[in-house]
Every structure is written in structure tokens, then in C-alpha cells.
Design a binder for this molecule. Structure first.
Ligand SMILES: [Zn+2]
Length: 258
């Protein structure tokens, strides 16, 4: 948590905003199709050190739109953390002004890529979109640049990121290699050069002027989409479109050595 906060300070994110977090569920929930949990302060044990907003966790299956909107009017939304497909379905009429009027300060997409069409809708009401690139075991790997969308500043206090270009591929004129992550704080279980299953381009600086590594052109890899000796990745373009996503790593293993 503390390394995540450190990166948020670097990125200039405001910890005092509430977090409104959506989690999907396959279970049948209440008649309203969602449940709500409130937590005072979203920094856990660090709440005594830093002032933070509150956490509202909304677990949903098939939420009733009117009741959900009523719930969202009760507190300032702050950071809206949700799957882009959920937001698309809630705002099928393209009018995102409700979010603006109810205190949404930032949209943090999870689980899926936020397509440009959705980003444009947020831009129209002045709400920035800033994705986190993370995994369950390593936590925050990189945070989206506020000036250069889809470029991610590496969380260097938390991880070392390398890109293995031995099996690199070229997509849309950009050379992408495998993303290898070393977690700096996993003492019990080594998490070294873990192949996270994504491809990306790694730069030593960001175009915004940030003097630190940045990842761009991040593409998720579908299961079964395997490299060959010739470096041919059938269907990688469509894989990028359909399954580019923030990874949730579920297995720990040692990554390939260089
Ligand atoms: Zn940047």
C-alpha cells in the first residue's frame, strides 16, 4: 500500500477524494442488483498518517440503474473505479453529466481497456481517465500519465520493469517485447522477472517530461496465443483490440532469465 501511495504522490493524485469501487459478482444479490459497503478512509492502516477519502465498494450483478444512480448521489463519487463495459452500459445515452454533477474527479478503468470512444465521453465532461497497470501480487506496476494518455509511468519504488525483446513483435510500427516484472517487496515469495503475459514498449523517459521509465503500447496476451521461433503471433492485432487489459496475475513463478 505504501509504495502505491508513494507513486500517487509522485503522480499528483489527491488522496482526499473518495474511492467508489465497482466489483462484479456472479451471485444473485439484492433486488436492486447490488450491495454497498462503506469504509472510512481507503488507506487502511495508514489512515492515521494520511488523510484520505472514504471507500464505497459496490458489488453488483445486474444493477437497477435508477436505484444505483440514487445510491451514487449520496456521497461525492471521487475516484470512479470500474470496468469500462459497466460504465458503457450505465451511460448508454452518452450523457456523462450525472458523474460530473456527483463529484467524479477521475475515472480509473479496471479489468479492460477504456476505448477512445469512452475516453472521449469523459473528456467531454472534464473528467480525466487514468488507468493503473497492476497485478494482484506486485500491486501497482505503472500509472497512466496525465498528459500522455495510454503511456504509463513505472512505479519504480515498487517494481523493476524490464522488456525482453528477444521475442519481440511489431504492431502498428511499434516494437513490443514481453513485460517482465520484479517486485521489490516480496520477501517471502520471490517475484523475479515474472513474465506477466503482456507485451509493451519500454522507454527511459515519458514524453511529458517525466524523468523515469514509461510503458506504452501495452497489449494483453490471450491464452494459447503463443510465440513461434519466427516471432509470428497470429492474430495479435485483434488480441490487442479485444483483450488488452490490466493483468490480474494468478500464479507466482520465476520469470525467464535474460
Ligand atoms: Zn508522462
Amino acid at each position: 500500500m505504501i509504495t502505491t501511495i508513494a507513486q500517487y504522490f509522485i503522480e499528483g493524485r489527491d488522496l482526499t477524494f473518495n474511492n467508489t469501487l465497482f466489483k462484479s459478482s456472479t451471485r444473485n444479490l439484492t433486488k436492486a442488483g447490488f450491495t454497498v459497503e462503506h469504509t472510512t478512509g481507503w488507506l487502511g492502516p495508514l489512515n492515521s498518517l494520511f488523510k484520505s477519502g472514504d471507500l464505497k465498494k459496490i458489488t453488483h450483478s445486474h444493477p437497477n440503474r435508477d436505484l444505483l444512480f440514487k445510491e451514487l448521489t449520496k456521497d461525492p463519487i471521487g475516484h470512479l473505479i470500474a470496468q469500462p463495459s459497466l460504465i458503457e452500459s450505465l451511460f448508454y445515452d452518452d450523457d456523462m453529466s450525472f458523474l460530473c454533477e456527483n463529484g467524479t474527479k477521475m475515472f480509473i478503468p479496471t479489468g479492460e481497456v477504456a476505448e477512445n470512444s469512452l475516453r472521449d465521453k469523459f473528456a467531454a465532461v472534464g473528467i480525466p481517465v487514468r488507468a493503473n497497470y497492476s497485478s494482484e501480487e506486485a500491486g501497482l506496476i505503472a500509472a497512466e500519465c496525465k498528459d500522455c494518455p495510454e503511456n504509463f509511468h513505472v512505479a519504480q519504488s515498487n517494481v523493476i520493469v524490464e522488456v525482453d525483446n528477444r521475442d519481440s513483435v511489431v504492431v502498428d510500427g511499434n516494437r513490443l517485447g514481453r513485460v517482465l516484472v520484479t517486485h521489490l517487496h516480496s520477501y517471502a515469495t520471490p517475484f523475479i522477472r515474472y513474465d506477466i503475459g503482456d507485451f509493451a514498449t519500454l522507454s527511459e523517459t515519458c514524453e511529458c517530461g517525466h524523468d523515469g521509465q514509461a510503458l506504452s503500447n501495452i497489449c494483453g496476451r490471450k491464452n494459447g496465443l503463443l510465440s513461434t521461433q519466427t516471432g509470428v503471433f497470429p492474430g495479435l492485432d485483434s488480441a490487442c483490440d479485444e483483450s488488452w487489459k490490466l493483468s490480474n496475475v494468478t500464479n507466482i513463478a520465476l520469470g525467464k532469465p535474460h
